[in-house]
Ligand binder design. Structure first.
Ligand code: UDP
Ligand code: MG
Length: 315
């Protein structure tokens, strides 16, 4: 098989209503516009519908369609990472399966890429209709993230992205768990073109991006790029230790000099609880970082591939 110039990688979770249409749109772009050897890699992230059967059928029809199947659902980022590891093209394009990332833009991305960029990253339109809460959180996060980490993660950057062989190799060889692509790419300094686009509505099915999943990804992203939360918690701890020491001196002064020990229970309980609460927060931050170290030390894989389709070392 000729070595692909372009690899398109697609994370798939219960997308049976989208895959055939997506494939036909890809083929239109690849055969009529790009006209270069290609491969399309679908990574089935533990779908419970017929997605994998459709991938099998597409592979039977076209050997350039390949597949990975996870043993269970590991999450969208892991599916992208797994496909990045096996993609062999000179450039690799990651796109969602639900047609929200317009396939008609593939040629435009490819042309920009060939002007000498390492990464062409799709940036979603600011007027896009997403829920107010999701928008507000995203805005806040991308405001806080650069100031804590010193990395300019671009707001509204999506996983619609074309990457050079060298940038893919860089990401794949990183040893860290929970690779946070949206920040690792700007951190790496690879020459990037940010391309604004309007995300479409999902063609079929429901989005599965959950708030808790995004929150986890966001917090882990900050922890992997910065120790500032640790320093902040130590700083807050010191401030409050000083304040409670001063208050303690005042209490002794009241007892020994003024001799008017007030009933004082409210004060006591309130301050104890407050400081106790503060300690819990700080211990929580420490614990979180220890958890990150633990998962790195155990070295459990980010995902488990149960089936491979269309690769030379098929299982
Ligand atoms: N996806 C995945 N694993 C998951 C959830 C989603 O591989 O656990 C895939 C999904 O099939 C789609 C992409 O990731 O190709 C984006 O998911 P979705 O459309 O649900 O998210 P949103 O568009 O809301 O970001
Ligand atoms: Mg979507």
């Amino acid at each position: 098989m000729t070595k692909p110039v372009l690899s398109i990688i697609v994370p798939v979770y219960n997308e049976e209503g989208n895959l055939k249409l997506l494939y036909s749109k890809f083929m239109h772009e690849l055969e009529n516009k790009i006209k270069k050897p290609y491969e399309i890699i679908f990574c089935d992230d533990g779908s419970t519908d017929n997605s994998w059967d459709i991938i099998l059928a597409l592979n039977a029809e076209n050997e350039n369609v390949k597949g990975l199947s996870f043993a269970r659902n590991f999450g969208h980022q892991k599916a992208v990472l797994a496909a990045l590891e096996v993609a062999s093209g000179d450039c690799v394009l990651s796109m969602d399966a639900d047609l929200q990332h317009p396939p008609e833009l593939i040629k435009t991305f490819y042309d920009i890429f060939n002007q000498g960029y390492d990464v062409v990253a799709g940036v979603r339109d600011p007027d896009e209709k997403i829920s107010f809460v999701k928008k507000a959180f995203a805005k806040l996060y991308y405001y806080i993230f650069p100031s804590i980490t010193g990395v300019d993660a671009v707001p509204r950057a999506s996983d619609f992205r074309m990457m050079s062989r060298s940038s893919v190799d860089f990401l794949v060889q990183l040893k860290e768990n929970n690779k946070f692509l949206r920040a690792l790419i700007p951190w790496s300094g690879f020459k990037t073109y940010y391309f604004p686009y309007k995300a479409r509505r999902r063609h079929s099915g429901k989005p599965t991006f959950k708030f808790l999943q995004s929150w986890k990804m966001g917090v882990e992203g900050i922890a992997s790029f910065s120790n500032v939360p640790l320093y902040v918690s130590i700083f807050i701890g010191i401030i409050f230790a000083i304040l409670s020491f001063i208050y303690g001196l005042y209490a002794v002064y009241q007892k020994l000099i003024l001799q008017n020990v007030p009933p004082g229970w409210t004060d006591l309980i309130a301050s104890t609880l407050f400081i106790g609460g503060l300690q819990l927060i700080i211990i929580g931050v420490l614990g979180f970082y220890i958890g990150q170290i633990k998962s790195q030390v155990i070295g459990r894989p980010d995902f488990i591939i149960s089936k491979k389709l269309g690769f030379d070392d098929d299982q």
